[in-house]
Design a protein around this ligand. Structure first.
Ligand code: PNS
Length: 169
């Protein structure tokens, strides 16, 4: 036999990259909607050594694993380097990103074009649910830091982790 059948079933795979410091309901919305579109969704915490996070990379991974376990096809890991190198090393042809608002578009378009030019890896955008169009990890941390209610913006385990980290439990 020749062709793809001879190499076993082809898995449709995509990567959802980010800092995830910490994962929010906005991220989860995108991962939940990517999950049925692909056989495997790789959620990758991109390590940026110049940004000191509130959570360590291992803590972020653990939180993401907990809140994505129900999907059954989400793999979580960290990567230090270019996103397209992560994709090439694992033969992943597509990056999936959420677009919250027009303000995201300029930078996301630049990154998508750069990543395609570097490697041929495509970027696909999922429009974020309007419920979360204003949501970012930075805003969640800022509001939580001042004691604001963010219980509707993050999963319960993340809320507990934030309260513990900010000394509010
Ligand atoms: O959650 P964030 O911080 O908005 O995610 C941005 C991220 C991590 C997806 C982006 O900065 C990225 O892909 N970084 C990896 C390094 C890289 O490939 N840079 C070139 C992008 S064209």
């Amino acid at each position: 036999m020749t062709g793809p059948e001879s190499e076993g079933p082809l898995l449709r795979r995509a990567v959802c990259p980010g800092s995830f410091d910490p994962i929010t309901n906005g991220h989860l919305d995108i991962i939940a909607r990517a999950s049925p579109l692909y056989d495997v969704v790789h959620v990758v915490v991109m390590i940026n050594q110049s940004k000191k996070g509130l959570f360590t990379v291992d803590e972020r991974i653990e939180l993401i694993r907990e809140v994505t376990a129900e999907f059954g096809n989400v793999q979580v890991e960290a990567y230090h380097g270019l996103l397209v190198d992560y994709c090439k090393q694992r033969d992943i042809p597509a990056i999936v990103k959420g677009l919250r608002a027009v303000s995201d578009f300029d930078y996301e378009l630049q990154m998508a074009q750069m990543n395609y030019g570097l490697s041929g890896v495509e970027t696909l955008f999922i429009p974020t649910s309007p419920t979360y169009s204003f949501l970012s990890s930075s805003l969640v941390k800022e509001v939580a830091n001042w004691g604001g209610d963010i219980s509707h913006l993050v999963p319960p385990v993340v809320l507990a982790a934030l309260k513990e980290r900010l000394g509010q439990d």
